[in-house]
Design a protein around this ligand. Structure first.
Ligand SMILES: Nc1ncnc2c1ncn2[C@@H]1O[C@H](COP(=O)(O)OP(=O)(O)OP(=O)(O)O)[C@@H](O)[C@H]1O
Length: 404
């Protein structure tokens, strides 16, 4: 049976009215009237999501795609222009820096104010107060006005309050990223604990590895529209493809600018094909035994002489976490000028990987760091073992003994 829906986002759209400065010409034409035009901007369009109790959902997408707007709409900080949001249970939200705390009040006063807004009685807050301050690690500054806090101190206190008010639903925006490394680790541990307690978490993040690690589900927003919604692995694939096409457009634009500035044609170089072959001769999507090597054959084509260039290979998990990568420059191998088609091969001997599916990546660029073509999912292979005795991607020969 499905867990009950605790967050229902029902056909939500959000419009902002943007005021833009008019140009000098427009100001003269409209003499006497306002210097600004108004323009409608839809930050969210027809977004619908049902989030079930106990799930952790990652909201991901390019900058400006509407993630924070959606989170604030779920948190009730923003009202949708149309559609509605329904929530079941107590909600604690860690949204943008500055939201929730009053700058002129001290940390202590803000803890009381914030926790009471989140539904705790004074006696309950008093009971949790020491734990909140302890978790935040900013005891020394608890009686200082929060306007004097650093952004990290601010987030520490806000997160400490959010996790101590016994929420059923926790909303966390990217703000956690301003905490230092030990604090971020502590927050992620607490988020894991929340997951095991069956609470619902919605997380906005740019860390795709975090989504792969923590979330049961990922929602990709692009231009305010849901572009993918499902298992993190599938959603991340959609987002990475979007990032890749943006990157290719940027590469093309940079080449056009360089051509205009120098008056010289830049070579356009691309991979025509990438093929795998295991040491035992399997091709296509080969299955390798642990420790078996893999050849990666690449065909590259350049429409003009390509000098001082490099070609690279990488191995990643299917969620996109890079496990290994190298290129001809790092290997100290200079490549001859390429004009037309060239064929190259990397051999990765003895892959120390454990059972699972992996992705081969390929990249092509000039020695000064300009990328000409990148293929984040060029080919797939699997590692198959007789009996899997470990977790994680790396294979380590492990023995165990009991010492007297
Ligand atoms: N109060 C506002 N008034 C006008 N436009 C706004 C307002 N808040 C957000 N926007 C616009 O809505 C769009 C979505 O913003 P939002 O902050 O939700 O994006 P995001 O996906 O969280 O981006 P990022 O990854 O950069 O944090 C942006 O173009 C932003 O400029």
């Amino acid at each position: 049976m499905n867990a009950p829906t605790v967050i229902r986002v029902d056909d939500v759209s959000k419009r902002f009215v943007i005021r833009k400065e008019k140009s000098l010409k427009e100001r003269l034409v409209n003499f006497g009237r306002s210097n600004k035009h108004k323009e409608d901007f839809w930050a969210l369009r027809d977004v619908s999501l049902d989030i079930h109790a106990g799930t952790t959902v990652g909201l991901i997408g390019p900058n400006g795609s509407g993630k924070s707007t959606l989170l604030k709409t779920i948190g009730g900080i923003l009202q949708p222009t149309s559609g509605q949001v329904l929530l079941r249970g107590r909600l604690a939200a860690l949204l943008e820096l500055g939201a929730g705390f009053h700058p002129d009040l001290t940390g202590r006063e803000n803890v009381y104010l914030n926790a009471s807004i989140l539904g705790l009685s004074r006696a309950e807050i008093a009971r949790h107060f020491d734990a909140i301050v302890d978790f935040s690690g900013i005891e020394q500054f608890i009686d200082t006005q929060v306007k004097f806090y650093s952004s990290g101190m601010y987030v520490r206190l806000a997160f400490a309050v959010a996790v101590h008010v016994d929420p059923d639903i926790l909303l966390v925006d990217e703000v956690l990223a301003v905490g230092d490394e030990p604090f971020q680790r502590k927050c992620l541990e607490r988020i894991r604990q929340f997951q095991s307690e069956g609470r619902t978490i919605v997380l906005v993040t740019h860390s795709l590895d975090q989504v792969a690690e923590f979330c049961d589900r990922a929602v990709v927003l692009e231009h305010g529209v849901v572009a993918a919604d499902g298992a993190p692995r599938d959603a991340l694939k959609v987002l990475r493809a979007e990032f890749e096409s943006t990157r290719q457009e940027e590469i093309e634009k940079a080449a056009q600018v360089a051509e205009r500035d120098t008056g010289r044609t830049q070579p356009r170089a691309r991979f025509n094909g990438i093929a795998l072959r295991s040491d035992s001769g399997a091709v296509g999507r080969p299955a390798l035994k642990p420790g078996e090597g893999l050849s990666v054959a690449m065909e590259v084509e350049s429409d003009a002489p390509l000098e001082s260039w490099e070609i690279g290979v990488g191995v990643a998990t299917t969620l996109g976490t890079v496990l290994y990568g190298t290129n001809t420059r790092l290997m100290g191998i200079p490549l001859a000028t390429l004009d037309g088609v060239g064929r190259y091969e990397f051999h990765l001997a003895d892959l120390p990987l454990s059972e699972g599916e992996y992705v081969v990546q390929a990249s092509l660029g000039t020695n000064d760091g300009t990328e000409l073509h990148g293929v984040p999912e060029a080919a797939h292979f699997t590692i198959e073992t007789e009996d899997a005795r470990s977790v994680g991607s790396v294979a380590v020969a492990t023995t165990f003994s009991v010492e007297d």
